[in-house]
Design a protein. Sequence first.
Length: 426
Amino acid sequence: MIKVTSVLHDSIGEGIGLVPGTELISVGGRELEDFLDWEFLTADEEFTLVYRQPGDSSEYEVEVERPVEEQIGVAVEPPRIRRCANRCDFCFVEGNPDGLRDVLSIRDDDYRLSFRYGNFATLTNLKQHDTDRIIEYRLSPLYVSVHATDPVVRRWVLRNPQAAEILPQLRHFADHGIQFHTQIVMAPGINDGEVLRQTLRDLYDFGPDVLSVSVVPVGLTEFSKHHLIREPDDVECKRAVAAVEEAAARALAERGEPWAYGADELYLRAKVELPPAELYGSFDQVENGVGSVRWLQEQVREGAEELRGWTGRRIAVVTGTSMGPLMPMVLGPLSEATGATFELLQVENDLFGPRVTTAGLLPGHAMRDALQGLQGFDLALLPGECVNDDGLFIDSLSVAALSADVPMPVRVSKTFVDALMEPLAA
Ligand code: SF4
C-alpha cells in the first residue's frame, strides 16, 4: 500500500476522487509497494485500481481509463529508504558529526533512487524480488558503485564479505536490456594502481551497456576511520588521471566517445588541467562532480544573452574550498556576460572539518557567518547543491532564516544563469 501525497486539479486522479491520504492498495490485482509499482502498473490505458479513503476502512474498486497523453496527476509518498549492507571505511554516514538531520544518518543503498535520481547504489542488498523488478520495469540506466571489478578488492572496499561479484551481476541485468553509469571511488593502496587499470579494462570490455565510468578520489571527514583509509596525494591522483585518460583515449578512438571521466576533484588534487568540455561527452555524471566546471562554463555561454540588468552590480559567490581555485574559470566569462563583479567567498566547513571541501556539504550557519560581515554587495549566490527540497541546509538552517540574517538579498543557484535571469528590483 502507498499513500497519495497530492492530486493535481482537473486530473484523472481528482476525477476518481483520490485525495491526499488515499491509500492505493493494488492495480490490476497487484499490490503496490512503492512509486515504481504505481508508475509502471498505471502505464496501461485501462486498469483496475483498489484504494481506501482516509478515515474509511472500506476498499473501493474503480476501472480507470487513461488516454496515453494524459497523466494521472497523483503524487505518492517517497519509498522507505533501503538500508545499505556495506560498511565502507569512507562511508559519509559513518563520518558524520552528531546532530545532523535524521536522513543523513541512514546508510541508504537503493536501486530505485539510483534509477530515479541517479544516486549511486552498490546492488549488494538486492533480493530476488528486487532483481525481478529491475528487469520487469526495465530500470535503466542504473548508477552503480563498482569501485573494483576484482571481487576480493570490492568486498574489501565495501567491507562486505557477502557482496556478489559485480561483473556477473551486471551481465545478468545487461542481458535483460539494463545499462549502467558506473563509478570508482578510488582509495590509495586499495583500488588504485593496477587494480584501477584492471577495473577500467573490465568495464570497457563489458561492452556498450556500461555507458560511462567515473573515478572519484575518496573524500574523508574529521570523523572518518583515518586509521584504516586515507585520501590520495597529488602523485596518486596524477596516476589515476593518467589511467582515466588512457581509457578515454581508447574509447574515443574505438567507440567515438570518451566513456571514462575523472572527477573535477581528481584533476584538482593531481594539479592537472581539466579536459575540455567536449571530452565530458553528454555530462552524464555532472551531479557526481564530474565535469562540473566545464558544464557551468557551457551554461554561462548558452545563457549569457538572457542575463540583463546586472551591469555594475557586486555579487558575492559562496563556494566550498575545493571549487575555489576552479571557480574563476566560470566567474570570468560570467562577469563578461553580465557586466557585474563577482567576488568569490570560499567558506571552510566547520561542521565536518576543513578537509571536507565540497560546496554540497557546507552548513548554512557557516555561510551565514561568512556573509554577515560583508558590506556593499547587491546579492549573494549560494550553491544549489547544499540545499534540499525543503529549503534546508545540512545543519537544518533554512534558506529563509539565513536570508533574514545577512545584509544582502540571497539566491540559491545551480548554474549561475538560473539565479540571474531575473534582475534585482531597482
Ligand atoms: S555503500 Fe558504503 S559509502 Fe555507501 S552508504 Fe553503504 S557503507 Fe556508506
